[in-house]
Design a protein around this ligand. Structure first.
Ligand SMILES: Cc1cc2nc3c(=O)[nH]c(=O)nc-3n(C[C@H](O)[C@H](O)[C@H](O)COP(=O)(O)OP(=O)(O)OC[C@H]3O[C@@H](n4cnc5c(N)ncnc54)[C@H](O)[C@@H]3O)c2cc1C
Length: 495
């Protein structure tokens, strides 16, 4: 059976035969799981000269890693301010730098030469659902000055010039963040790892491990493996080899859809070429294949067929860009991410020679790459920087109760974000109306000869008072309820 790499597209087309582990083997490092995490570790370790065997229960990129959008940002799922609060400014700065190194690892691998058709493009825009200019400015200062990350603040007008919707207010543009074809990247990574000498065995689930000795033992249904190091990179599916580890992750299934071609009008409505994500983590989208929209939105804490969420994606698109009308969804995909209780990935050594790389949540591209670099370099070079993750211990995710709570928190988060968005938009409309009323009043005063010309200097014409919050509330509540219902209905589709 040949393991020779020809091209990623051939692999994707399924021309490469899968190799199952059918004979006993010895390796320096055994990686369990061929997702982004496992393959990043395998690639880096093989490049550094280790003999590496990757054991994958299904096939390369079977889960989230092969069904994701490919947006690569610096940072972690845990917001930067929370990270600083938790571990202090200095350590947060070091972790942030590592997260940028992870992104650079992806950039260096995802060249057209290495991965034909990977389509790397620069620039990601994060938009706010609420009018939060002040918060944005302090965040920008922190990113630019303290965390050495290029970020540009976009005023509301500029955001709305690029995205024709009143849903979004300010934005942060990251010129050095980028995107690749997410579903191709994991196969490209596997190809690079093979080229570097790693051996990848698919249809080879690990059923148990014995990590007590210097040489660890790994058992699969058809063969055994012995290795000096085991890396657990199985995400929420790890199961039998170390069930307690899987239980520290809250599984969150995420889904995305691709529309049918939408023609030129798509570019008139969405002028931004890179990925767009809102700051509440509800929507994440970009234009693909010229005139299609790829849109990620719903999430659940139980498994379901992605196709079930086509209606939900469609409604999200319509609520943000009503001008697009009732778009047709031609493809749905999704996978399950492992979320930790504290929001940071699990990267490090559990006991001598037993490593963990999981819990990457919704931001797995750069963080799994960083895990690959840290773990491989620690095993081979003694680099100890993975210890920066030590404050983020393995915390039980709460089992079934945790999942139910997670779903409720997710629904509440979406509803409250929708409500905050409605309120912000209502206030904006109220401000516009106020300005119009002022102009009309000034005009009427002028016509009646009581305008500013006839007033003593320093006296301003009387205008209607700005909308007080009490006056806003009743209408805003209605809008909030409507939007919350809309959100509930979407979640209902998910059930
Ligand atoms: C719809 C969607 C969109 C996303 N978009 C983005 C994005 O734009 N940017 C971003 O940064 N992140 C994104 N993510 C998140 C990202 O995909 C994940 O964080 C990342 O793929 C997790 O990688 P992993 O290797 O830890 O897990 P997985 O992809 O789950 O891989 C683990 C592998 O281990 C195998 N395995 C498990 N147990 C065993 C065992 N006992 N024996 C053998 N094999 C085993 C599994 O079969 C699986 O293939 C997205 C996720 C989804 C679902």
């Amino acid at each position: 059976m040949s393991e020779t790499f020809t091209s990623v597209s051939q692999e994707e087309a399924g021309f490469r035969e899968r190799t199952r582990l059918s004979f006993d083997l010895d390796a320096d490092i055994c990686v369990i799981g061929a997702g982004l995490a496992g393959l990043s570790i395998a690639l880096e370790a093989a490049r550094l000269g280790a003999s590496v065997a990757v054991l994958e229960g299904r096939h390369v990129g079977w889960n989230a890693s092969g069904n994701q959008l490919g947006t690569v940002m610096p940072g972690f799922a845990l917001p930067l301010t929370d990270l600083i609060e938790r571990i202090g400014f200095e350590d947060a700065g070091e972790l942030w730098s590592l997260s940028k190194e992870g992104a650079e690892f992806v950039r260096a691998n995802a060249t057209e030469e290495n991965m034909p058709g990977i389509g790397l493009t620069d620039g990601v825009l994060e938009v706010s659902n609420v009018d939060a200019g002040d918060r944005l400015i302090s965040r920008l200062q922190m990113l630019n000055e303290d965390f050495d990350t290029e970020a540009e603040g976009w005023q509301v007008d500029r955001v709305r010039e690029a995205l024709k919707t009143d849903r979004y207010f300010h934005g942060v543009y990251y010129p050095k963040a980028f995107q690749v074809d997410g579903r191709k990247y994991v196969h490209g990574l596997a190809a690079l790892a093979r080229r570097a000498g790693a051996r990848i065995f698919e249809d080879t689930p690990v059923v148990s491990i014995d990590h007590s000795g210097i040489r660890k033992r790994i058992v699969t249904p058809s063969a055994r493996l012995r290795a000096g190091h085991i890396v657990l990179a199985g995400n929420i599916h790890l199961g039998a080899p170390l069930r307690r580890l899987s239980e520290t992750l809250l599984p969150v299934w995420r889904y995305a859809g691709i529309t049918a071609p939408l023609g030129e009008r798509l570019h008139e409505i969405i002028g931004f070429k890179g990925s767009v994500m809102d700051s509440d983590g509800v929507d994440h989208f970009r234009i693909v294949e010229g005139d299609r929209l790829m849109w990620e939105s719903p999430e659940t804490t139980w498994a379901a067929r992605p196709q079930r969420f086509a209606g939900g994606v469609k409604r999200r698109i319509r609520s943000i860009f009503p001008q697009l009308g009732n778009v047709e969804i031609s493809e749905m995909f999704g996978g399950v991410t492992g979320q930790t209780v504290h929001g940071m990935p699990q990267i490090g050594q559990l006991r001598k020679g037993l490593w963990v790389a999981s819990g990457f949540g919704r931001q797995g591209m750069n963080t799994s790459a960083l895990a690959g670099q840290l773990i491989a370099r620690s095993i081979l070079w003694g680099d100890e920087r993975w210890k920066l993750f030590s404050p983020f211990e393995l915390v039980w995710a709460g089992g079934l109760t945790g999942r139910v709570a997670g779903q409720l928190v997710g629904m509440w988060g979406r509803a409250s974000s929708a409500a905050a968005g409605s309120l912000a938009r209502y206030r904006e409309r109220a401000r516009v109306k106020d300005r119009e009323r002022e102009a009309r009043l000034a005009e009427a005063n002028r016509a009646a000869g009581t305008g500013p010309r006839h007033q003593p200097s320093g006296v301003r014409p009387r205008t209607a008072p700005p909308a007080a919050p009490e006056a806003v509330e009743p209408v805003a509540q209605e809008t909030i309820q409507e939007t919350a219902q809309e959100t509930d209905q979407e979640q209902g589709v998910a059930q």
